[in-house]
Write a protein that binds this ligand. Structure first.
Ligand code: OSB
Ligand code: MG
Length: 372
């Protein structure tokens, strides 16, 4: 596929309700939509970097610069026949996985469309629908949290994930378990604790949680291994797994029993698949994390989550849990059995509504191959 043109668009999406974690509170989601044009086909990707360097060092602005100044020039005007070639061309850039992933995703979409195959099938997906869970931010009080949990359960979500931090954990879980004694429940600390809190974290063992996600530092593996050896509850790593070698090290050290795969965090679908396969060989189940994506990133998440070792409910919820109006049509909906159907059409399998994109665009650049 000859890479003729790449478009970058910064869009702003208002969230249905604010999303609060141990590192901050979001009321809107700014995101970069990447489009690659080749031979009358268009491929889309989404960069999941956030406004500030809190979840990861990348931000919307660093990703924009890295894409515009370094990554896109490396592929413009090139004939690229498959995703591994594109990854090779970008190989000189170290880090900046979210920027890298967005470009790789757009190429995968294009590539799958050129073959007339769905992204899911092309990646080796085996599921028609994926299990859907919901991630609930920190609320103003416990009463409010109980209400929010109740409403998501009534919609049919298969598991509830609660964001926690040192001042919003044990007491909250005690109340939640009083009201919902046997729902599939887990927590995510986004690195809000240290190994000195091990005794405190140990108290979480009494709540029958599916897992504790990223309790310790965003780049730690050693302390997580120490903590895991004292806990009954499985640890799941998110922030700490940025590369295939991080995953290898985590398995070797025993830092976790579950891995959350995010395509952006690990630098694309090829890396995501490699981590998936590695975990499968080692009997470590994975699931797909979320970054409050629009329908484009969501479609990509659904495709990877259709692989066989995605054995636990994913942070992939319906479009309307995040946005009043998605940029794709139709939006993703939750089936009554708590699943989301995997698109069957070629590529990411969803229709991007250009007019809705335009309405939300803050800035846009188009980089073209200069011939001759
Ligand atoms: O840690 O999983 C996380 C959202 C933004 C940044 C980090 C995380 C999250 C979520 C939301 O938990 C998952 C979703 O998109 O529903
Ligand atoms: Mg997380």
């Amino acid at each position: 596929m000859f890479i003729e043109e790449v478009e970058l668009r910064l869009i702003n999406m208002k969230l249905v309700s604010p999303f609060e974690t141990s590192f901050g509170r979001e009321t809107e989601r700014k995101t970069i939509i990447v489009k690659i044009v080749s031979e009358e086909l268009e491929g889309y990707g989404e960069c999941v970097a956030m406004d500030g360097p809190w979840y990861s060092y990348e931000t919307i602005e660093t990703a924009w610069i890295i894409l515009q100044k370094f990554m896109i020039p490396m592929i413009l005007g090139k004939e690229i026949s498959q995703p591994s070639e594109l990854m090779k061309l970008l190989g000189r850039v170290r880090g900046h996985n979210m920027a890298r992933a967005s470009l790789e995703e757009a190429f995968w979409d294009l590539y799958a469309k050129s073959l007339g195959k769905s992204l899911s099938k092309l990646l080796g997906g085996v599921k028609d629908k994926i299990e859907s869970g919901v991630s609930i931010g920190i609320q103003k009080d416990i009463q409010q949290l109980l209400k929010v949990i109740g409403s998501y359960l009534s919609e049919g979500y298969r598991r509830i994930k609660l964001k926690i931090k040192p001042s919003w954990d044990i007491e909250v879980l005690r109340e939640v378990r009083k009201h919902y004694s046997d729902i599939p429940l887990m927590v995510d600390a986004n690195a809000a604790y240290t190994i000195n809190d091990a005794h405190h974290i140990k108290k979480l063992d009494e709540f029958n949680l599916l897992m504790i996600e990223q309790p310790l530092s965003y780049d730690d593996l050693v302390d997580h291994a120490k903590l895991q050896s004292t806990l009954k509850t499985p640890i799941c790593l998110d922030e700490s797994i940025k590369t295939v070698s991080d995953a290898r090290a985590a398995l070797k050290l025993g830092s976790c029993k579950i891995i959350n795969i995010k395509v952006g965090r690990v630098g694309g679908l090829l890396n995501a698949k490699e981590i998936h396969d590695l975990c499968q060989e080692n009997n470590i189940p994975v699931w797909c994390g979320g970054m409050l994506e629009t329908g484009i990133g969501r479609a990509i998440n659904i495709a990877i989550a259709s692989l066989p070792n995605f054995k636990l409910p994913n942070d992939i919820s319906a479009s309307k849990r995040y946005y009043h109006e998605d940029i794709i049509d139709p939006p993703f909906e939750l089936n009554p059995d708590g699943t989301i159907t995997v698109p069957k059409k070629p590529g990411i399998g969803v229709e991007v509504v250009e007019e809705r994109l335009n309405k939300r665009t803050i800035k846009k650049i188009t980089l073209k191959h200069k011939n001759g």
